[in-house]
Design a protein around this ligand. Structure first.
Ligand SMILES: Cc1cc2nc3c(=O)[nH]c(=O)nc-3n(C[C@H](O)[C@H](O)[C@H](O)COP(=O)(O)OP(=O)(O)OC[C@H]3O[C@@H](n4cnc5c(N)ncnc54)[C@H](O)[C@@H]3O)c2cc1C
Length: 472
């Protein structure tokens, strides 16, 4: 492992205040964009080299969109920001006393001093203490997850085509989505459309339209955040599409072949299913706990940090935390909270540098929420209006298109949507063994494998100081 010998508090080469941003999701990216013309040196650190548009991950998983369309390179997005450099690395340590952030990638460690810090590391999947479920039921948080699921979903139909035993065919053609929030509903709806429309004529031994798609949740409602009326509408529509909605059903165990469920009346049962998808629960980045421990801020069960009304940490006005990592006024874990928080924090930094008084506390402007159920149908909750159907779906298309980053991606997305929603096709049906087995293989290989991929760097190899260098 190599370590950059950057001294805490060392001055920026330009003499300007150093702003470090952790995360290239909605909070991090929009904060960086808001600092474009500010007299600061910005370092954006992300553990992936792309900005991920998570709301459309399910479309990558079901073959509608390619990963590139929802995950443009951060470096490309920020290439015209002359005050900004982009660094690939996972932040492992934040030292609030010495004002440094430590990141590492493939055994190369760098230390980044800051004057102002914005932490926007988001949230990961939560299996509610059953992390072993992840092996059999991938979540939906990253491009890796979406591609693995794509491989598992399309692969299940391929294996069913080969199987001769009916119970095996049934197992392969049963898809269980756990979690009836927006992600679960969208995923279940798209698997149903895939089975019933896209793949209808593609097989000879199986009939994909007989695939069983089950959406289950321990809660008594579909889309609880949209209220009973819209949730009920979504449930009826899912039923019409052939999705079995099972509510009050708590997952108690999972294995390669199926899922065990306890119903609200206390009875237990098993569903044989090859493909399980976990769309229930989130856990904030572990960096939240680090920040809380050092600042005395509280952290809730989901790992979110209680921030002050200006999104900073107690006793640390220079540390801003935004997006899915924060616990403030019951704000939801949605993109707009992160975007607005990122912009607010960037503005607070600019004000401080300009010697202006601090802005009013952060106020979230709720622009509403939407979820698609199938092509031509969505539900929307915007201000006083809660409605569903075609208009909601068109609105959903327009809003999502607006927030996809980059002209190229928007054009190709529209093209692929036309193929899938007006026609029956799916342009992205490639599924490789690497996609399906890569995650598990890496887990089995263990951390030593990562060390072996450092290109031969030894523990005492010359240190590389990244902090004085500029790149976009
Ligand atoms: C499947 C899915 C569907 C969704 N659909 C919707 C929707 O329809 N509408 C909506 O408003 N919201 C939706 N959301 C929620 C929305 O995507 C999040 O609220 C939003 O992304 C939060 O932004 P963020 O910046 O806090 O975190 P993220 O966007 O998750 O970004 C976190 C960033 O931090 C990086 N990171 C994490 N840990 C580290 C580390 N240690 N070091 C370096 N980098 C790190 C990550 O790689 C990532 O770049 C959805 C989420 C998911 C998963």
């Amino acid at each position: 492992m190599t370590t950059s010998p950057v001294q805490a508090g060392s001055a920026s080469p330009t003499g300007r205040p150093r702003v470090v941003i952790v995360g290239t999701g909605f909070g991090g990216l929009f904060a960086a964009q808001a600092l474009k013309k500010a007299p600061v040196d910005v370092t954006v650190i992300g553990k992936t080299s792309h900005h991920l548009f998570q709301p459309l991950l399910y479309q990558v998983a079901t073959g509608i969109l390619s990963e590139g369309e929802i995950a443009p390179a951060t470096r490309e997005i920020l290439k015209r920001h002359e005050n900004t450099r982009v660094v690939l690395g996972e932040v492992t340590d934040i030292d609030l006393t010495n004002r440094t952030v430590t990141s590492t990638v493939l055994g190369r460690t760098s230390v980044h001093p800051y004057d102002e810090l914005i932490v926007a590391a988001g949230a990961g999947q939560s299996y509610f203490g059953n992390d072993q479920f992840a092996e059999f039921a991938p979540g939906m948080k990253s491009i890796d997850d979406a591609l693995e699921l794509r491989g598992r979903i399309f692969g299940a139909f391929e294996l069913a085509e080969l199987a001769t035993d009916q119970s095996e065919i049934d197992r392969l053609m049963t898809f269980v989505v756990v979690g009836a929030g927006p992600t679960g509903v969208e995923m279940a709806g798209q698997i149903a459309e895939l089975a019933h429309r896209t793949l209808k004529h593609d097989f000879r031994n199986i009939d994909p339209t007989t695939a069983r798609i089950i959406l289950l949740d321990a809660a008594p409602l579909v889309l609880p955040s949209f209220g009973e009326r819209l949730g009920g509408k979504a449930r009826r529509q899912l039923n019409e599409m052939g999705v079995e909605v099972q509510l009050g059903a708590m997952v108690t165990n999972l294995d390669e072949n199926g899922i065990e469920v306890k119903d609200s009346d206390g009875t237990s049962r098993r569903i044989n299913a090859a493909t399980k998808i976990w769309a229930a629960g989130v856990q904030a980045s572990p960096l939240g706990k680090q920040l809380a421990e050092q600042s005395g801020a509280a952290v809730d069960r989901a790992g979110r940090v209680s921030v002050l009304p200006d999104l900073t940490l107690p006793g640390h006005p220079e540390v801003h935390v935004v997006g899915d990592m924060i616990n403030l006024d019951k704000l939801p874990g949605v993109a707009q909270v992160a975007i607005q928080g990122g912009r607010y924090s960037a503005d607070a930094i600019k004000r401080r540098i300009a010697g202006k008084p601090a802005a009013a506390p952060f106020k979230y402007f709720d622009k509403g929420s939407m979820a698609t159920i199938s092509r031509f149908s969505a539900v929307a909750d915007i201000g006083k209006f809660r409605f569903g159907g075609f208009i909601a779906w068109v609105l959903w298309l327009v809003v999502h298109l607006m927030y996809i980053v980059g002209f190229k991606s928007r054009v190709t997305t529209v093209f692929h949507w036309a193929i899938s929603f007006l026609g029956r096709g799916r342009s992205q049906r490639v599924a490789t063994q690497q996609q399906v087995y890569g995650r598990l293989a890496l887990e089995h290989l263990g951390p030593e494998f990562e060390q072996s991929k450092t290109g031969g760097l030894a523990d005492d190899a010359p240190a590389e100081d990244l902090t004085g260098r500029r790149s976009a």
